[in-house]
Design a protein. Structure first.
Length: 55
């Protein structure tokens, strides 16, 4: 995954997603393991999966 803080595009739109406490702990743990923010992890993994399905 890319380095933090190097994005040049404007990220101006947002969504709100709810998780169970256990699921959020899992997501936070994976983000920490990858040394990325939770937002970056969710953005990159979601876009990767959606783009793969669209191909």
């Amino acid at each position: 995954m890319g380095a933090r803080g190097t994005e040049t595009r404007q990220l101006t739109e947002g969504v709100y997603v709810r998780f169970t406490p256990d699921d959020l702990d899992t997501i936070k743990g994976e983000a920490q393991r990858r040394d990325v923010s939770v937002a970056q992890l969710l953005r990159e993994t979601t876009l990767r999966d959606v783009r793969a399905e669209a191909s």
